[in-house]
Write a protein that binds this ligand. Structure first.
Ligand SMILES: [Zn+2]
Length: 489
């Protein structure tokens, strides 16, 4: 009896001590007692003697580029754009193109030029708002963010009954009130998705039942704005931060059946005659052969990992190889900042597919994309001190082995199996050359929390060093041996 109550007291004490490390909203810890564990990362922080030459690639230095690119996004936001980031076709696009041209010239690349791309009319939400009301009370949902290509509302907005349908599975919807003509809120635990199939195609299921608006409550801890890719919804569709979403769920419950309403305004313009560009620069080598490093320039919100980190990796590689005597550079290295794919057009990819000659003598095509995301706890949102595990790809077993060896050399945390194909920017043309990609996406991906703070400088350095090592290691192989039948058709 005594032992029992003693252990109960002990358990209560443990609880007390543990809750001293209280969790503030937004995923920041309020530390009370123990000192913070400040080491930047658990992995990849000490170079082996055999890899000392790669110490010149410095993570803190690369992270400075991430900061500069994120600042371009913030300037665009602060100029009064509710839909913000390094958005294709805007001033933020032009500013980061100029930034890259300047960097290429400072590094001393040759044939630095900008190649203009005409854009089809671009989806540009001008302004929006989502405000609930019931029984004289209102609730403003500030984290509402329209899914890309979402349809707008009439100028006077929509005024709809609001319903909550749980996880929006068939079971939830069968038990819910009729959703026809209503604003339908559902909760998603599909935390990594920013895509149409979220929660087993919940958006389609709700749309098929005649909803007039759809709002996804993103179950990410905190209250983030997240930008979704197109979700093919016929009605205005938004994502919502968890805090706002749960407040709305409770608002609907307290109002009582049929009482909560929501006013939705979404003003969309399709802006014609905008332009973007691909930014090229070349570091000449001793042969006609080349390696190509691609990094997409666009991004939503600050886009620290997607894709300021990838751009920083590309610039870091240019700096590294520019300092190596030309006689030691077997192949030219072409650096290519593309306009990207968030505008759903991927105009650079289309251009490259019409210019197959670009890849005719390419030994390795690198995609520098999402190279530094830090891991966060899925349940609390707390930032860790290590990069999130990377997915990776190398065309064919020989190149894949070279990539795996390079990741091991610098402690790149990864999944054991390579990806079946490289996701992201080179997805359209990776079959044209032997390709390499190392990419990660934390839970903050495509959200307004994807800030420089969420970038691991050691992860950034580790992937950039791994790419540099792949260039050096593949220099030992003949072009024809790299470009074998292993390339996908
Ligand atoms: Zn990306």
């Amino acid at each position: 009896m005594l032992t029992k109550s003693l252990s109960a007291i002990a358990a209560a004490l443990v609880l007390l001590i543990c809750s001293g490390n209280a969790q503030a909203p937004g995923g920041r810890a309020q530390r009370t007692a123990e000192p913070a564990h400040l080491r930047a990362s658990e992995v990849g922080w000490r170079l082996a003697p055999s890899e000392q030459q790669y110490a010149a690639i410095d993570g803190q230095h690369l992270k400075q580029y991430v900061e500069e690119l994120c600042a371009i996004s913030r300037r665009y936001r602060d100029a009064g754009h509710q839909f913000w980031g390094r958005i294709t076709g805007t001033e933020a696009d032009a500013e980061n193109a100029q930034w890259m041209l300047d960097k290429f010239r400072q590094i001393g690349l040759r044939d630095v030029h900008e190649q203009t791309l005409a854009l089809p009319p671009q989806w540009m939400p001008q302004s929006w708002s989502v405000v609930a009301s019931a029984n004289g009370k209102t609730l403003q949902l500030d984290t509402a963010q329209p899914t890309y290509l979402a349809v707008g509302t009439p100028p006077e907005g929509l005024n709809l009954e609001a319903v909550y349908v749980g996880l929006a599975s068939d079971a939830d919807l069968a038990l819910s009130r009729d959703v026809k003509g209503k604003a339908v809120f559902f909760y998603s635990t599909d935390l990594a998705s920013r895509h149409a199939p979220i929660a087993d195609n919940a958006i389609k299921r709700i749309g098929d039942r005649g909803a007039a608006a759809i709002l996804v409550i993103q179950g990410l801890p905190g209250n983030e704005k997240t930008q979704f890719y197109p979700v093919n919804s016929p009605v205005p569709t938004f994502s919502l931060g968890q805090k706002d979403g749960l407040a709305m769920r409770d608002f609907i419950a307290q109002a009582g059946a049929g009482e909560a309403r929501v006013k939705i305004m979404l003003d969309i313009k399709r802006v014609p005659n905008l332009k973007s560009a691909m930014i090229w620069g070349t570091l000449p080598g001793m042969t006609e052969e080349n390696d190509i490093v691609v990094a997409h320039r666009d991004g939503w919100f600050e886009g620290a990992n997607d894709n300021a980190a990838g751009v920083a990796t590309m610039i870091g590689m240019a700096e590294y190889f520019a300092k190596i005597p030309k006689e030691q550079r077997k192949r030219s290295i072409i650096f290519l900042g593309t306009n990207g794919h968030h505008d759903n057009g991927a105009e650079s990819g289309a251009w490259l597919l019409q210019h197959l000659e670009v890849f005719a003598k390419t030994a390795v095509l690198f995609n520098a994309e999402h190279t530094g995301g830090m891991d966060t706890a899925p349940t609390s949102g707390l930032l860790s001190n290590a990069p999130a595990a990377y997915r990776w790809y190398g065309t064919g077993p020989r190149l894949a082995a070279i990539v795996a060896n390079a990741m091991d050399a610098f402690g790149v945390p990864s999944f054991p199996q390579s990806s079946p194909s490289p996701p992201g920017e080179i997805g359209r043309y990776y079959h044209l050359a032997p390709s390499v990609e190392i990419i990660n996406s934390g839970f903050v991906w495509h959200s307004d929390r994807e800030t420089p703070e969420t970038i691991s400088s050691t992860g950034l350095a580790a992937v950039t060093r791994a790419y540099a090592k792949v260039i050096v290691d593949t220099n030992a192989l003949d072009l024809k041996d790299l470009r074998t039948a292993q390339m996908p058709k």
